[in-house]
Design a protein around this ligand. Structure first.
Ligand code: MCA
Ligand code: AMP
Length: 508
């Protein structure tokens, strides 16, 4: 079934009620949402694209960007969201790899992005600005505000989400209508969404957390969203008293806790605070209880799988644990002998279920590598059931993520693959080699640091390397610090010992 049909079943009967209130004072009713979505779906349908054609979107967050997503799904096309921080080199790869039929970009990026898009074979490039400006809405305006949702099979594609790879090349995770609708239905029940819930939405909508987990949750429950273009603590504190649910990466919670205006009173209407995308520190978990009386619910997921596990809504929420497998999802932890780990034994986390993606876009070999022979997806995360952590005993059926087998840094909820940054630095003149590591950071959880070795006789300047990278890759990937050294520590096999570097560079 089309994902839109599943979501639409939850829309309220009273279509004049508010679906989205923006932090700058605009109100969109459910009727507005449906009509705008239908107009956009009609525009897309008028292009007569085959099922499965990709609509790649790199725009800033706005209600219209959400309507464009819903319209793409409604029209039976494949939505491909891209982080608005990505720069030309990164975009060129995504467009070449995915060959979208339609590209929608911010008006100020049109001149360079349209060139890249047409070069990769795109037929149409529209623009969509943050304030309802751009050619997309102009073109959609003349179309009908009625559209019959295209019938889709469960296994047909709804979205492709690029996730970085350990080799430095991003892979497009293909998610089906069933992957997304089953997860939305499960989470609605599991987190006990209620009539009258109001979601405070401050996450970006180009990744799983903000687009699927948060938006789907409100849509399928017919709940209002208070819509913020990005995290702004003043605005968050202003709107919390009128909200009941907040979803955020751990940085949301550490920033709230650091603000003296964040009090019990501000939270008085709240029902649920949810954290994910990166580990929530036990000290944040505990401080939050102390300051507000609320226990943050931590959950765990991936772009390839949407949500996998969650702490209990009505039962226990444990610091440092990501909880129980969601209904319908199977999770196993395997040791090196390929046996199921016992409680407290650390191993590789593997998963199965209706929410698991169907493969990486045009990478059948890579897809095969990431699944076991018996069909389990290898998450690359390292975990254990139960055991003990700094907060005490963890229930035996609760999963703890204790590390990653993939060389990955998670900074403020964004995944950064060191290999990608290293290859940019290694290509710079005068650079012999580099190693990129993540170190603890009070705001972002982890921060990127690069350790660079110059070629003999060359002088390098860390600040110049940072400035160069800022012009070429998404800003969140740029190292917060670059250290120049004469050599990198290596083991007997010649492999760079990143654990030693992480110890040596513990602070930025
Ligand atoms: C911004 N900057 C960052 C990050 N964000 N640096 C490192 N890591 C980051 N995450 C840098 C900018 O480059 C800039 O640097 C400076 O910080 C200020 O930028 P600004 O845009 O003002 O930052 P911000 O608004 O304070 O953003 C921080 C943030 C944001 C709120 C934590 O990054 C965010 O919304 N993160 C959420 C990511 C997310 O949704 N992840 C879900 C992925 P300079 O001044 O030098 O230019 S989905 C997923 O992971 C799975 C499926 C799951 O489980 O959910
Ligand atoms: P992404 O590739 O952006 O989908 O990020 C998925 C990765 O984020 C997972 O494989 C985990 O490593 C990490 N992740 C997500 N949620 C959590 C969590 N609650 N605790 C620890 N790691 C998490």
């Amino acid at each position: 079934m089309n994902l839109f049909t599943v979501l639409e079943k939850g829309f309220p009967r009273d279509k004049s009620s508010c679906a989205i209130e923006t932090s700058d004072g605009l109100y969109y009713s459910w009727d507005d949402l449906e009509k705008a979505t239908s107009k956009l779906a009609n525009l897309l349908a008028s292009l007569k694209l085959p099922k499965g054609a990709r609509v790649a979107v790199q725009v800033e967050k706005s209600p219209e960007a959400l309507f464009l997503y819903l319209a793409t799904i409604k029209a039976g096309l494949v939505f491909l969201p891209l982080n608005s921080a990505y720069q030309a080199t990164e975009m060129e790869y995504f467009l070449d790899n995915s060959k979208p039929a339609v590209v929608v970009c911010s008006p100020n990026c049109f001149s360079w992005l349209s060139k890249l898009a047409f070069k990769s074979g795109t037929q149409q490039v529209y623009t969509l600005g943050e304030r309802r400006d751009g050619s997309l809405l102009e073109r959609a305006a003349s179309h009908s505000n009625q559209f019959d949702t295209v019938t889709m099979k469960d296994e047909e594609l709804a979205a492709i989400l690029y996730t970085s790879g350990t080799t430095g090349r991003s892979k497009g995770a293909m998610l089906t209508h069933k992957n997304l609708s089953s997860n939305a239905q499960v989470l609605q029940k599991y987190w006990s969404w209620k009539k009258g819930d109001v979601l405070l939405h401050a996450l970006p909508i180009f990744h799983v957390h903000g687009l699927f987990v948060a938006s789907h949750g409100a849509l399928i429950n017919g709940s209002k969203m208070i819509w913020m273009p990005k995290l702004d603590i003043d605005q968050l504190i202003k709107f919390l008293p009128r909200s009941t649910i907040l979803m955020g990466v751990p940085t949301f919670y550490t920033r709230l806790l650091a603000d003296s205006r964040f009090t019990k009173e501000v939270c008085k209407n709240m029902r649920l605070f949810i954290a994910g995308s990166a580990p929530l520190l036990a000290e944040t978990f505990n401080e939050f209880i102390e300051k507000t009386g609320y226990t943050i619910l931590e959950r765990y997921g991936m772009s390839e799988t949407v949500m996998l596990t969650s702490n209990s809504y009505s039962g226990r929420r444990v610091a440092g644990a990501v909880g129980l497998p969601l209904p319908g999802t199977q999770v196993r932890v395997m040791n090196e002998q390929r046996q199921l780990c016992k409680v407290n034994e650390v191993g590789a986390v593997e998963v199965k279920g209706p929410n698991i993606f169907v493969g990486y876009w045009e990478m059948p070999e890579k897809t095969k590598e990431e699944f076991t022979a018996d069909g389990w997806f290898k998450t690359g995360d390292v975990g254990r059931w139960g055991g003990e952590n700094t907060s005490g005993k963890v229930p035996d059926d609760y999963l703890c993520i204790v590390g990653r087998s993939k060389d990955l840094i998670i900074s403020g909820g964004y995944n950064i693959y060191p290999k990608e940054i290293e290859s940019f630095i290694d290509d710079m003149p005068g650079v012999q080699e580099s190693a990129v590591i993540g170190i603890p950071h009070p705001d972002f959880g982890e921060a990127v640091v690069a350790i660079v070795v110059p070629k003999p006789g060359c002088n390098l300047d860390g600040a110049a390397i940072i400035a160069d990278l800022k012009g070429r890759i998404a800003n969140f990937k740029v190292p917060k610090r670059v250290a120049i050294v004469s050599e990198l520590p290596r083991n007997a096999m010649g492999k760079v010992q990143k654990n030693i570097l992480r110890q040596d560079y513990q602070t930025t």
